[in-house]
Write a new protein. Structure first.
Length: 166
């Protein structure tokens, strides 16, 4: 498990799912319930007002907003805005507008096509000829070594015959 700092008190812990350590998790859940109750009572509060009304620290409210635990548009200072172009977003969690999502999908499709084309163009037509040449060279080397071996055998046989004659 990776080590992480607890978002509440900067203590190191083994991170499993959340950015809150197991010791602080009950406090985080209590703060969430306080914030939720404050938002049910007063719908259009700013983040500062929610923190004050719920009796929690402002960084806790902002962290919960960033993590998507809270999605009140009033806490975001109005409507949720697209992270790319600033237009109204689909939701506070997605943080993108329809146009930017469409552009991202187009870019993904282009990259997929580019990647598949690059993979299929690895083999060049001339490569097959080079492979054939290499095979022929190896055959020639094998033939030459066989001839050399035969010559060595015949020369040894001749030497043995000469020695017997003497």
């Amino acid at each position: 498990m990776p080590l992480a700092k607890c978002a509440r008190y900067d203590k190191l812990f083994d991170k499993v799912e959340t950015s809150i350590c197991p010791v602080c998790l009950p406090d985080e859940e209590n703060d969430y319930e306080k914030i939720r109750a404050a938002l049910l009572d007063f719908e259009n509060l700013s983040a500062e007002a929610v923190a004050e009304q719920a009796g929690v620290a402002l960084p806790v409210v902002i962290r919960m907003l960033d993590q998507g635990m809270l999605t009140n548009t009033a806490l975001l200072g109005g409507a949720a805005k697209c992270g790319r172009c600033g237009a109204p977003a689909i939701s506070a969690i997605k943080k993108l507008c329809y146009a930017c999502i469409g552009k991202l999908n187009q870019n993904i499709e282009k990259e997929k096509q580019r990647i598949t084309l690059a993979e299929s163009k690895d083999v060049v037509i001339g490569d097959a000829l080079i492979v054939r040449q290499k095979i022929e060279e190896k055959r020639e080397v094998n033939i030459q070594t066989k001839k050399e071996v035969e010559l060595d055998k015949t020369s040894k046989v001749r030497q043995m015959l000469e020695q017997k004659r003497r």
